[in-house]
Design a protein around this ligand. Structure first.
Ligand code: ADP
Ligand code: ZN
Ligand code: ZN
Length: 804
């Protein structure tokens, strides 16, 4: 028996990657296992914290007396070998702490919290008692206490009159219902049944049912009530008489109550068949081969995923399927459930904590073998993976923008290697990183060039809003789009209109010529800062005055750009008084299940127009939609981000793909002030390959990813000078530690330089090969640990999604 447990403790203010040694008391010897959560004393006083056992040994380098583990929180490990190895790798590659990575992997319900209570140690004066302990009992010490109370309590603590007690709250509550099981043998029950048959027929019914039950299996009382046709009162009587026993029965909170109609595999077309054959071979051969499924919108990628998953299941293995945001893609989830039924577990943040925990346990126990979920589902405790699929792999929601700053794609590829199984990345518009890797032969590229049943891609029209505004008064709708809407209303067809909110009113554009102010040093749009009333470059810090006249055409119509969905809805309703409009934006989808409801209504043709933000661009498959309108294609183009063109191209292609998916042909209108921009031109032609080549060229010129790797560091503090000073020190350390081939941009204040009363400074490192990068960053992180207590936060983001 091991005597020492290696514990990673959960102490957020002083985290460490190295485990602490704790003694295992003899009464816990048979309980403690690697991967379990435990409670251990930490620091002075009565403080206890939670931690995770990462190793068991008999030796320690620590020569003092070891403190003992106080309690074990789990009956079985919550982290298996794979997830522990993954946590180590994640910590190493994202510069996050191991315990932070572990916490990220566990469902919320398993994240323990320490509860702090204050209690009097000696008799306080009646006055003190009344002020600080009005209930006469220890009180919870939370952030919600007002400053005066906190100050008073701290004063009493220094005087030794009160003490702080730390308790760990464990939230892993399991939901239960009343279960019953027979307490007597079937023979005995039969005998009693004979005795009561005449005078108590209902009791006899129950006794008859009890005889059919397996002796040691609990069945929910509600089930018995229905099956035996008896009332709960009869069951209570039977319990009193000792015929049966009642005990709590664990139930799962079922997040998907509505039954889904089952579907059978479709007859694949030639392109789909080629893809499924290639992927199946890798599944069969237990190969870590990775695939890029590059298929135009409506080419039937989902069917390829489903049939590949089926191959893994046939082999008794499991499948993990990642989607960008579950709430936005209910159709996708339903298609997976329709094919695989009860074997499917769905993980996402829209579930209650209890529901999440239930799904997590179904996966952990091997009851669910197909897991569908958004970003964090990549940590699902699914064992024996046979395939991992990542749909819409280019979506930025796959990258987490808090610690650990991981990209789910990297995690998926890691798990593919660990499980010897293929990873399938799918998209109509792959990220440049992925497409470039496929070009290098790192991924096998499978192309679905045609829509199913040879339906044509929609015809895309570009509307030059500069011309429109010259001829008509300023409005959100151009003449051609208004005409197209009217035609669809007449034909009783449906349409999707998108208002792009990304980059909304953060930049200044000329309404006459489409001119956007750019940084003279970086070729990146300048961002409007209302606090300083200036235009700033977020890359190099260049700053200039807000223009009142367009530098390009001297027009005075240069101003911020942006409008709201509600305003557009009103305008639209005014134009088409009888049109039925559904609006989908952050406001209309705040309530749980609102997305599904709106999409269901639209699917049942209870509305003609679905008007929304970019949340409507993804994955919708409605056969009756024949028109897509993009009201403002430009907003994202103006963002000071080297991926602005890529994002715009992806969004326009995705949203265009919603039109004409079935037999009726589709049409798309893109309203823009930049009709000649290559991202818009190539989106019109739906020519991903040419976009890829063009954009790669731009990235090469600007030394951006995927030609260079990038790391972003930020420092934040309430005092601007402190944040800036820390960043200058970091830059000095970088310049000293890295080779002169590394490009260091900054330090500069961040786009929104002041958030939540803190100032942010950043630096971006671009590099190709830097042997010293890891140790230098590690050193910076360690150095940042101590000032962290004084309010300075330093973050390291490897391959950031935004440079802003
Ligand atoms: P994508 O994800 O590539 O945009 P989908 O997977 O949504 O495309 O497929 C588009 C439509 O075509 C769906 O309604 C789907 O049911 C249908 N479909 C896919 N494959 C086939 C097939 N082999 N035969 C007939 N219909 C198909
Ligand atoms: Zn102009
Ligand atoms: Zn600049």
């Amino acid at each position: 028996m091991a005597q020492i447990g290696q514990i990673l403790v959960d102490v957020p203010t002083m985290q460490t990657n190295d485990p602490y040694s704790y003694a295992i008391p003899s009464e816990l010897e048979h309980q403690v296992q690697v991967g379990m959560r435990v409670i251990v004393p930490f620091g002075r006083g009565h403080r206890v914290v939670s931690g995770v056992v990462v190793g068991l040994t008999d030796v320690t380098s620590f020569d003092g007396e070891l403190k003992p583990i106080q309690a074990v929180l789990d009956l079985a490990p919550v982290l298996n070998d794979e997830l522990r190895a993954l946590a180590d790798w994640l910590a190493d590659t994202t510069y996050a702490f191991r315990i932070t990575c572990i916490q990220t992997m566990l469902p919320n319900q398993l994240k323990t919290q320490t509860e702090r209570r204050v209690q009097p140690t000696q008799t306080l004066t009646p006055n003190e008692m009344a002020t600080y302990f009005p209930d006469g009992a220890p009180r919870e010490f939370t952030d919600k206490l007002d400053d005066a109370t906190v100050a008073g309590l701290l004063k009493l603590q220094r005087a030794g009159k009160v003490e702080m007690i730390y308790q760990v709250k464990d939230r892993s509550a399991v939901k239960t219902t009343t279960g019953i099981k027979p307490a007597l043998t079937a023979a005995k029950l039969q005998e009693i049944q004979g005795e009561v048959a005449k005078r108590a027929p209902k009791q006899a019914d129950l006794l008859a049912y009890l005889q059919t039950m397996a002796p040691d299996t609990l069945i929910a009382q509600s089930t018995v009530v229905k099956a035996a046709h008896v009332s709960p009162a009869v069951i209570t009587t039977a319990a009193d008489k000792g015929w049966l026993t009642k005990s709590p029965l664990e139930v799962y909170r079922d997040p998907f109550q509505q039954p889904v109609k089952p579907t059978l595999p479709l007859q694949l077309n030639a392109e789909q068949q080629t893809a499924v054959t290639a992927i199946s071979a890798a599944v069969d051969g237990h190969q870590t081969e990775n695939f890029l499924v590059e298929g135009v919108t409506g080419s039937g990628k989902t069917e390829v995923y489903l049939q590949s998953i089926a191959v893994a299941l046939q082999q008794g293995r499991t499948a993990l399927m990642l989607v960008p945001e579950i709430a936005l893609t209910p159709q996708m989830v339903n298609r997976v459930k329709a094919r695989f039924g009860q074997r499917v577990a769905v993980l996402h943040s829209g579930l209650s904590k209890g529901e999440q925990y239930d799904e997590w346990r179904r996966i952990d126990r091997g009851e669910a073998t197909v897991v569908v979920g958004a970003r964090s589902a990549v940590f699902a405790p699914v064992k024996n993976l046979g395939i991992i699929i990542m749909d819409e792999e280019h979506e930025t929601s796959y990258k987490q923008d808090e610690n650990p700053r991981y990209h789910a794609r990297d995690v998926a590829l890691w798990r593919g290697r660990y499980n010897d199984c293929p990873v399938v990345l799918g998209s109509a518009t792959p990220s440049l990183e992925t497409r470039a890797r496929a070009a290098k032969g790192l991924y096998t590229r499978l192309v679905l060039a045609k829509r199913v049943n040879d339906h044509p891609l929609p015809a895309v029209h570009i509307v030059d809003m500069r011309e429109e505004l010259k001829q008509h008064s300023e409005g959100d709708f151009s003449e051609p789009l208004l005409k197209a809407i009217q035609t669809r209303l007449d034909r009783k067809e449906q349409m999707v209109l998108m208002l792009n909110r990304r980059g909304y009113s953060s930049f200044v554009m000329c309404r006459d010529c489409g001119f956007v102010l750019k940084c003279p040093n970086c070729d990146i749009s300048l961002t409007l800062h209302m606090d300083t009333h200036t235009m700033k470059c977020h890359y190099c810090g260049h700053e200039e005055a807000i223009p009142h006249v367009c530098p390009n055409c001297h027009s005075r119509k240069i101003r911020y750009y942006g409008t709201g969905t509600q305003k557009v809805e009103e305008a639209l309703q005014k134009e088409f008084p009888t049109a039925r409009i559904l609006r989908m934006d952050v406001d209309s989808t705040r309530k749980k299940g609102a997305h599904e409801r709106i999409l269901k209504q639209f699917g049942q043709h209870q509305a003609d127009i679905l008007l929304g933000t970019q949340m409507i661009a993804k994955g919708l498959d409605f056969p009756n939609v024949t028109l897509v309108g993009v009201l403002n294609a430009d907003t994202a183009l103006g963002l000071p981000d080297f991926r602005a063109s890529e994002r715009t191209f992806q969004l326009l292609t995705q949203v265009s793909g919603r039109a004409g998916r079935a037999s009726k042909p589709g049409e798309v209108y893109i309203q823009t002030f930049n009709p000649d921009h290559y991202a818009i031109q190539l989106a019109q032609q739906q020519d991903y390959e040419r976009f890829f080549v063009t954009e790669m060229h731009m990235r090469h010129q600007g030394s951006y990813p995927p030609y260079y790797f990038a790391v972003q560091l930020t420092a934040s503090h309430e005092d601007e000078a402190t944040a800036a000073k820390a960043m200058y020190q970091i830059v000095a350390a970088l310049k000293q530690g890295l080779s002169d081939k590394a490009i260091i941009l900054g330090p500069t204040p961040k786009a929104i330089a002041r958030v939540k009363r803190k100032y942010y400074y950043q630096v971006v490192i671009k590099y190709k090969q830097e042997a010293k990068l890891k140790p230098v960053l590690e050193q910076i992180r360690q150095a940042a640990q101590i000032p962290a207590r004084h309010g300075l936060t330093v973050t390291i983001d490897s391959e950031p999604m935004n440079f802003m």
